[in-house]
Ligand binder design. Structure first.
Ligand SMILES: Cc1cn([C@H]2C[C@H](O)[C@@H](COP(=O)(O)OP(=O)(O)O[C@H]3O[C@@H](C)C(=O)[C@@H](O)[C@H]3O)O2)c(=O)[nH]c1=O
Length: 185
């Protein structure tokens, strides 16, 4: 398994081996010991799977505040996404900074995003499937959303603004500065 910490060191790109033959391929997509060696130590308690029909679907930026913060190990099993994490840890040297990586069926990479980060992605293909493991369960009251194109964060998305397909919740989400008070809840 390849392991590559990104510019914010806690965000780690891991790429499990994939063995191809005439039937197709085989891959250990999660192996506890190897993930621990890569610094991904928490226990996962929920697996999520989403399908986005169109290219340009944006989901995020999302997090859950205490007492239900979530870490996420994200992969794209059909098509391709640009996956993003934004540091919302109070007092962090990289507070408000973002990192992103392309995750795809082709590159087989997974992005580890610990608790303390906003998470979001945009689809680069039609019929895109994303699967991710979470370190805590969903809690509607603790969910928070921040605008995907918040000027204060300045994410360089690989899609144009007019291409973005958003849920009502995400379209109405506040900008980063307005939302910042939530993160300490
Ligand atoms: C997140 C979530 C949603 N739901 C339900 C609520 C709602 O009816 C429906 C769709 O929810 P959403 O619109 O919030 O789905 P979505 O916009 O895909 O939300 C997800 O976005 C990505 C970026 C994340 O990081 C996730 O944690 C999650 O926030 O699914 C669950 O039952 N369990 C869950 O864990």
């Amino acid at each position: 398994m390849q392991v590559e910490p990104l510019a914010i060191r806690e965000i780690v790109l891991v790429t499990p081996a994939r063995f191809s033959d005439e039937r197709g391929f085989f891959s250990e997509t999660y192996n506890l010991a190897r993930m621990r060696e890569a610094g991904i130590t928490p226990e996962f308690v929920q697996d999520n799977h989403s399908l986005s029909r169109q290219r340009g679907v944006v989901r995020g930026l999302h997090c859950q505040v205490a007492p239900y913060p979530q870490g996420k190990l994200v992969r794209c099993t059909r098509g391709a996404i640009f996956d993003v994490a934004v540091d919302i840890r109070a007092g962090s040297a990289t507070y408000g900074k973002w990192v992103g990586a392309e995750l795809s069926e082709a590159n087989w990479s997974q992005l580890w995003i610990p608790p303390g980060f906003l998470h979001g992605f945009c689809t680069l293909t039609e019929d895109t499937e994303v699967q991710y493991k979470c370190t805590d369960v969903w809690n509607r009251e603790c969910e928070r959303a921040v605008s995907w194109n918040s000027a204060e964060i300045g994410i360089e998305w690989p899609i144009a603004e007019h291409e973005a397909v958003l849920s009502d919740k995400d379209r109405q989400a506040p900008g980063f500065a307005e939302a910042a008070g939530w993160f300490r809840l």
